[in-house]
Write a new protein. Sequence first.
Lengths: 405, 444
Amino acid sequence: MIAGYNTISMGTGRKEFSPKKPRPDLEDYFKEAGQGVLKQIGGAQNVDEAVIGNFIGARFNRQGNMAGFVPYIDEGLRYKPATRVEGACGTGALALVSGIKSVLAETADVVLVLGIEVQNTVKAIYGADILAAAGWAKERKEGHAYFFPGKFSDRSKAYAAQFDKEKTRSAMAKWFENAIDNARTCPTAQEYHNTTKDLIACGMNAPNPKGFVDSLNIFDCSKVSDGASAIAVVSEEGLKRCGFAKKDAIEIIGFGQAEEDITKPPVDPTVLSTTKEAVRQALASAGITKDQIGTVECHDCFTIAGIMATEAIGFAEHGKGTDFVLAGNTARNGKVPFNTTGGLIGWGHPTGATGVHQAVTIWEQLTNKAGDSQITIHPDRPYGLSINMGGDDKTLVSIVYKKAE
Amino acid sequence: MNYTEKLQNVTVLGAAGKMGSGILLLTALEMADLSLKPENKGKLFILNAMDTSSDGLKGLMKYLKTQVLKAAEKKVIALRQVYHDRADLIDNSEIIDQYVEDVLFIVRPTTNIEAAYESNVIFEAIKEDPALKVKIFNQINQNNKKSPWFCTNTSSIPISLLDTDANLDGRVLGVHFYNPPAVQKLVEIIQTKATNPELVEFVNMLSKNLRKVLVPSNDFAGFIGNGHFMRDALHGINEVEKLATNHSFAESVYMINRITQDFLIRPMGIFQLIDYVGIDVCQYIMSVMNPYLPDENLHSNLLDQMLALNVRGGQNSDGSQKDGFLQYEKGRVSAIYDINKKSYVPIADIQAACDEKLGVLPASYQPWKAVVGNKNKEEVFKTYFNELKTHDSFGAEIARNYARRSKEIGIKLVLDNVAYNENDVNTVLLTGFFHAYGPINDYL
């Protein structure tokens, strides 16, 4: 993978964001992110095909047929193959996997992968309706007004009840603090401008079931975001074509992809079992162990999902993810820094773009291009891992990356 | 008293007005919520929105739709339960739309007073004119066979006068909402010795359901809210007149307005507040109150002069501020009226010199917006007023006198038995005027 590009994650938190003022639209994000990659790889003529990841622009933006925007990015992409994929919030990584498979199948040497979502077109209460499509539609009637926060509130409640309520809340607050600390290092992050002093106090706020959900406060939640991320998935041949040195590329070492039945409730609400399976596949495919991972981009749509992800990867035992987080292991100076540009809570969550954003962040980190967000990658832990999740632990992709040699 | 039964047929008089529209909105929401309870299925709820202006009613329905939509969005979690048995309503958007439809279905806009003849409860928010109120109450009372209850939003007229002159036999209660009723928490409740206790019980229940803060006031012209505000305003006007001997009129207004907003840490300066309420309304309220105050003269020549020059303040139908003592651009003060020049002086022309004259604010100063929600604001004010106490500046001196006068007015309201206690006075200023601290305090 080479030439990653992220637009700003736009939404509440950004100084320039106002719901009442005009702001960039789908077209702008397509153009910015797409051109951001094309400029780095020597232009559109070097691209064999494109994959667009978009969850639900048909409702947020009244726009379907998103692949049609590929030639809009650059006239040089006209008549090239383009596909749009969708897997709810896991869309971005599905787009990556689609590109990876094209390269592996040797049907393409350079695939432009672009994830995009523009969600601030409606108020949050209506956005909740739209995002509920990531779950089983037949559950919507009985679901919470804020459908997905409701789902993860149930998980959080079950986790706190089974283990330690106070510790769970503290670890969720800690996760929030880490997310904002990281976002403050990244100029494109939605929480880049956050100046709140006592982040832990925010995270410790008691949930308000009358106004929101039972077991989450608003700081536990990812952002409502507009944005796009793009990257080029290339073969060795493609790398040469694009004039890229290996030191500026990352290699896909392995990946896992797992799907769970959307009509079934979680087997155990305190476990992200599909995430666990996707990570297991990814590590097996890469032939590495968790102890060789130097950084993780995980799908922290809610703080509790971040904590559960540490367990799904195997860094902590079931119920001990809270200790792992509270001990500082996931912080940017910790043993395995997680979500080094803020993750879904700090950087933002333009749903269809998130999986691609994760790959771009890992590309930046492993090739020493992360600017103020840069962490140290230790030689004994040279691998990056991403986990992108669609729905309530339903559509999962996990990828293992390493700096190309 | 059957609360639900009483609310099955209600009329709001003056429904298109500033206060009436808010009262109508709150009542409509409460009636709709009742109508949606399973036990009330099939019962008809009617809320007559009566106003003499057809145009006003058109604007009212637009306002109502917008506000009900906002209310529905805010309480969608509860509404999902309310409509739980409606299999066709799945998304929040569908539930919200249905609720808006259900609320608006209850409301019947009308220009005919006859609509009130079938009502159990009449909310009145018409012009602050005792004779007009008496005439209308009398007419409805004579034609309505249900012995209706009257809730008047008067802010100044004694309730006993309305009761006696309209022959209501204790079926009238002062239910004084604050502007805007949908936002302001305060409701002043004014009962007379003759008031029907069931009516009081009804209003208590309604106010509680509307999450309002109730403060009882004795039946004395102006009650607590205007009892304080009118005297406070008059003090500000007197201060301007004193300053105007050495400064231009516009400079004087600017300085007193700034002192009352910044030096006293209030949400707005006293002249902005007078403009907000309306210079004509202030003058009228004073004229209604004045005959009941033998020991003082609650009257301002300055207000008379401003009105003679057709400078009135008040608000446009879209809620924007009309020009008064101050001129407004996009909600911000841009110029000050100069009564001698009969024109507005841009604030930029006088601001620097006036601010220099007033002097700097005490070091611990924080604007109202920063302090109003502070849980430790008591400490903030103690520190601030301690500094103000010895602060050697022109602005601080006037501010100290202003704060002392405000306290004096508050205490007198208790001594005169208008308010039952000092706490009630403070509550009115905190919840009805959005002050961050009550006037009766020991800060100075």
